[in-house]
Design a protein around this ligand. Structure first.
Ligand SMILES: [Zn+2]
Length: 407
């Protein structure tokens, strides 16, 4: 068995977390900022030390390639090293650095695998600065064109294309040129389930589909004391009713349906004025596309009904829409098998968050390995995973990659 050096992995996580470090132990390395560039430079330096052949593609994805005995499609692992503004040190980084530890172990054992091994980090997974999120892997999988991705701008109007050039990561390779034999992503769960149930390894079967729709409601402002209820055209009333409806709908659909109204603004937002404008977004997620569509349809029908009764106008804008992704079932089985072979407890589960792996499933068999997040905290400086769990996840990754690389 290929033995991973977990002390080396912990040290690398520590060193990378030192770039863009923020109070409390977290990091802020927003995509394509100077901090992101420094993080990229550090990891690329490590890739070079390990003897990997570095390829930077035209969306800034970085792939480190270790040659195999034969020139076949590689076994690839990877994730991202950008973070949100209040990010933790494990989200994304863990999967990339664990991949490098697999390479280190292969180098030390002087093993040359049949297939090449590739370790990748993808540009702008978080989507905190530029939308859409998972941008690098989405471009890699052919889901969005380069020009569209380059044109995305941040709040200051700075574009992805300009920032890639500025930080020196606008590469020459065509994204997606290397089509893997299989792709594995090792990641922290970012939710509470494994920690609550005291299970060591999450065997990820799917990623939830996601629907973000922003609604703008226009009514009429009027005096809160003198306007009889029957004459009101209250934009805020519709927004409130959608929030209540969405909660009941999620409970009624059941399973893993979730529904959230997390952003809401009213105008003029005064205690004694009926609001004439409400802007809110509905976030719906499910692993079942038919149920997700049903939820979208029912929210829309509810909005139309209340809008008619209240005599307000509604505009809808789709901010994001990704269908649920089902990972390759035989690869998922193999993740479970390798976890059990190490006597680790497992649980099959969907991913509540989006990941680069869901884009890679479009072009090759893909699976994910989850390790517990203490108290389910992520996108938070307190994000933490126990060292033993980090080591266990990395060992499963190593064992499965080695097996895949010989077939
Ligand atoms: Zn992540």
């Amino acid at each position: 068995m290929l033995r991973l050096d977990d002390r080396h992995l912990l040290g690398a996580l520590d060193e990378l977390a030192g770039i863009g470090a923020i109070e409390g132990g977290g990091c802020a390395r927003l995509a394509l900022t100077d901090e992101d560039r420094l993080g990229r430079d550090l990891v690329v330096g490590w890739m070079k030390e390990l003897g990997l052949d570095i390829r930077i593609d035209a969306i800034g994805n970085v792939i480190g390639l270790r040659a195999g005995r034969e020139n076949l499609p590689p076994v690839m692992t990877g994730s991202h090293i950008d973070t949100v503004r209040t990010g933790g040190r494990y989200d994304g980084n863990y999967g990339v650095l664990a991949g490098l530890e697999v390479v280190r172990a292969l180098n030390e054992a002087r093993i040359v695998t049949r297939r090449p091994i590739a370790v990748a980090f993808f540009t702008n997974e978080e989507g905190a600065r530029f939308q859409p999120d998972m941008m690098g892997s989405l471009v890699y999988a052919g889901g969005v064109g380069l020009n569209e991705a380059y044109a995305a701008t941040d709040k200051e109007g700075v574009s992805v294309g300009d920032e890639l050039r500025r930080i020196g990561y606008l590469g020459a390779t065509k994204p997606g040129a290397l089509k893997p034999h299989a792709f594995l992503e090792l990641h922290i769960e970012q939710g509470p389930i494994l920690d609550e149930e005291k299970v060591r390894i999450g065997v990820v079967e799917s990623v939830q589909g996601i629907s973000w729709i922003e609604y703008t409601v226009t009514g009429v402002s009027n005096h809160a004391g003198t306007t009889p209820m029957r004459l009101r055209r209250d934009a805020g009333y519709l927004a409130a009713s959608v929030n209540v409806f969405a909660r009941k709908l999620a409970q009624e659909i059941g399973g893993n349906q979730v529904a959230t109204v997390g952003a809401l603004s009213l105008r003029p937002n005064l205690i004694n004025v009926v609001p004439n404008r409400a802007v809110f977004a509905v976030d719906l997620r499910n692993t079942d596309e038919a149920k997700l569509k049903q939820a979208e349809t029912r929210v829309a029908a509810h909005i139309a009904e209340v809008a008619k009764a209240e005599r307000v106008d509604v505009d809808a804008k789709v901010l994001a829409r990704f269908e649920p992704v089902i990972f390759d079932s035989s690869l998922v089985d193999r993740v479970e098998h390798h976890a059990k072979a190490l006597s680790l407890s497992t649980r099959r589960m969907p991913s509540g968050a989006g990941h680069d792996a869901q884009m890679m499933q479009r072009i090759c068999p893909t699976a994910m390995i989850f390790v517990p997040s203490v108290a389910g905290l992520s996108h938070n400086v307190k994000e933490h995973t126990e060292a033993a769990d980090l080591a266990a996840g990395a060992q499963i990754l190593a064992n499965l990659m080695l097996e895949l690389a010989e077939e």
